[in-house]
Design a protein around this ligand. Structure first.
Ligand code: ADP
Length: 295
């Protein structure tokens, strides 16, 4: 749907994007992940042709009608005060000369009963839903979401994720999103593209990234009353007081049997997570809110 080749962008003598190559395929949810200042918004601006750049971006549609095909989600803070939900939808429909059924969209977004409410009276989550709804009015092939759920609480974030999956599958829209939340990207993205200081750091599916870091390795955690258990394998004590062993999955039954025979309990076997892969490859940790931070 969109192919980016050798894309670079500098502000003055500051290189903000450096030789970016990426391919967003039709129907994907494609996540661009990176710290604040990594260059995510600048990359979006290039995709939307809102800033000059070097390199090439090609689209699988007529670029003279770029904005008929790509929608960019507006920040909710940009809504006018004193406007009703219905009015803003009609306004968008008129200026975009769209024939979309607004009532149906409001229903899909669970906003039907708020159609006559003032926009500034909506909750943060409802405003976010409305701004996503507005991106659909011109029936775009691609929607770009910049920092989709920043500022929303956990419940509202999850609802927005469901909505995004819904419009990806039901409305058939290719989605590009930027985020600095690992959990958001893990929950939504088919493809992840990680930017670090303007450079491509890593890309692939979440599973590929985990597999590249850990191969067939898994981890087992268990509680043990003896502070210094004598096991035949390496282990470490985690922050939660449990012991953790990382191992090749071929050895799983041997390790499990030894732990249980020697009195280990609360035994949990886990695959490595996306967060584990991040920590290993890039040295990032996650805050309690799910944001990336340096380890
Ligand atoms: P992100 O979206 O990942 O937080 P941005 O793309 O907004 O990152 O910014 C990347 C870098 O480019 C930052 O260091 C930022 O300060 C710089 N930058 C962004 N826009 C401008 C601009 N208009 N002029 C100069 N520097 C900019």
């Amino acid at each position: 749907m969109i192919k980016v080749q050798s894309l670079s962008k500098a502000y003055g003598n500051r290189q903000v994007l450096d030789d970016i190559n990426m391919h967003v395929k039709e129907g994907e949810i494609f996540a661009i992940l990176g710290h604040n200042g990594a260059g995510k918004t600048t990359l979006i601006k290039c995709l939307m042709d809102l800033t000059k750049y070097s390199g090439e971006i090609s689209y699988a549609f007529d670029t003279s009608k770029l904005y008929d095909n790509i929608s960019l989600q507006m920040q909710t803070s940009a809504f006018e005060e004193g406007v009703k939900v219905n009015d803003i939808c009609k306004f968008y429909k008129d200026i975009l000369k769209s024939d979309i059924d607004i009532k149906k969209l409001l229903k899909q977004f669970d906003l039907e009963e708020h159609s006559t409410a003032y926009v500034n009276k909506l909750s943060g989550g409802q405003k976010q839903k409305l701004s996503i709804l507005l991106t659909l009015i011109n029936n775009p092939k691609v929607i770009i979401f910049d920092e989709l759920t920043t500022g929303l609480d956990v419940m509202a974030r999850r609802k927005i994720w469901d909505l995004l999956k819904d419009i990806n599958s039901k409305n058939g829209v290719t989605i590009i999103l930027t985020s600095h939340f690992l959990d958001e990207v893990e929950a939504l993205a088919n493809q992840v593209f990680i930017l670090e200081k303007g450079k491509h750091a890593l890309s692939g599916t979440v599973d590929e990234i985990i597999h590249r870091s850990f191969g067939e390795r898994k981890k087992i955690s268990f509680a043990y009353t003896n502070e210094d258990p004598q096991f035949s394998f390496d282990y470490r004590l985690a922050e939660n007081g449990k012991f953790v062993v990382e191992y090749d999955s071929k050895l799983e039954s041997d390790i499990y049997n030894e732990i249980s025979q020697k009195g280990g309990y609360d035994i949990n076997i886990n695959r490595f997570s996306f967060e584990d892969a991040f920590l290993k490859i890039l040295g990032y940790k996650m805050t309690d809110e799910g944001e990336m931070k340096d380890a």
